[in-house]
Design a protein around this ligand. Structure first.
Ligand SMILES: Nc1ncnc2c1ncn2[C@@H]1O[C@H](COP(=O)(O)OP(=O)(O)OP(=O)(O)O)[C@@H](O)[C@H]1O
Ligand SMILES: Nc1ccn([C@@H]2O[C@H](COP(=O)(O)O)[C@@H](O)[C@H]2O)c(=O)n1
Ligand SMILES: [Mg+2]
Length: 208
């Protein structure tokens, strides 16, 4: 059996209904989560769900929560879990897949506990892209995707939120031996080489 599926089964139990395989993809703003998720999707058949992208789509859709979400994103603040989890659940149902990369979530303890309580899903593992702040800042200022939060003022707020609220979530999963840490400061292709090792089933590694 593949390493990820085995980890998911261990996390969620095999006697109950079949739960989807979930990998949380975490790392600071600009660490390369979205870039690497696109590569993982191509090679390993996962559906990529970026919490930030889902929130931005909610703003664009003209939803009643749109203004609140837009204001939170501009300030680099974390949107209430209830809103984000509903969007994630809907996207999971609509995907038709049973393997998900959940990118940029859980961002704080409230996100983490609420997701577990609502979905009863434990992640197979947490993929953590570790990158120095100066490198992340350089990347964000050069991203040029028209994101309202890619300005130096909001970037500093996002870094603060990452350190104060998101790193403790990574520590929580480290204590459960669920974190697979990647050096994300390397070039994109080199980072993906390290990512591939984590997603490649053990039996395939042996014959490679
Ligand atoms: N390893 C890398 N080396 C250099 N540039 C990179 C690397 N990975 C990603 N980038 C670039 O850095 C920028 C940020 O990458 P990406 O959007 O994947 O980060 P992210 O972690 O999803 O950020 P956010 O949390 O803000 O959504 C993009 O312009 C991307 O092309
Ligand atoms: N769980 C989350 C994820 C994101 N947000 C908000 O969206 C912003 C952008 O997120 P990216 O992952 O695309 O960088 C983030 O700064 C938050 O304002 C959130 O509230 N909750
Ligand atoms: Mg992203």
């Amino acid at each position: 059996m593949g390493t990820v599926e085995a980890a998911s089964k261990e996390a969620n139990g095999s006697l109950t209904e079949k739960k989807p395989t979930v990998v949380f993809v975490l790392g600071g703003p600009g660490s390369g989560k979205g870039t690497q998720c696109a590569n993982i999707v191509q090679h390993f058949g996962y559906t990529h769900l970026s919490a930030g992208d889902l929130l931005r789509a909610e703003i664009s859709s003209g939803s009643e929560n749109g203004t609140m979400i837009q204001n939170m994103i501009k300030e680099g603040k974390i949107v209430p879990s209830e809103v984000t989890i509903k969007l994630l659940q809907k996207a999971m149902q609509e995907s038709g897949n049973d393997k998900f990369l959940i990118d940029g979530f859980p961002r704080n303890e409230e996100n983490r506990a609420a997701f577990e309580a609502v979905t009863k899903i434990e992640p197979a593992f947490v993929l953590f892209f570790n990158c120095p702040e100066e490198e992340m800042e350089r990347r964000l200022l050069n991203r040029n995707q028209g994101r309202e939060d890619d300005n130096i003022e909001t970037i500093r707020k996002r870094f603060k939120v990452f350190l104060e609220s998101s790193l403790p979530v990574i520590e929580y999963y480290k204590a459960k031996e669920k974190v697979r840490e990647i050096d994300a400061a390397k070039p994109v292709e080199d980072v993906f080489e390290d990512v591939k090792v984590i997603f490649t089933p053990k039996d395939e590694k042996a014959t490679a």
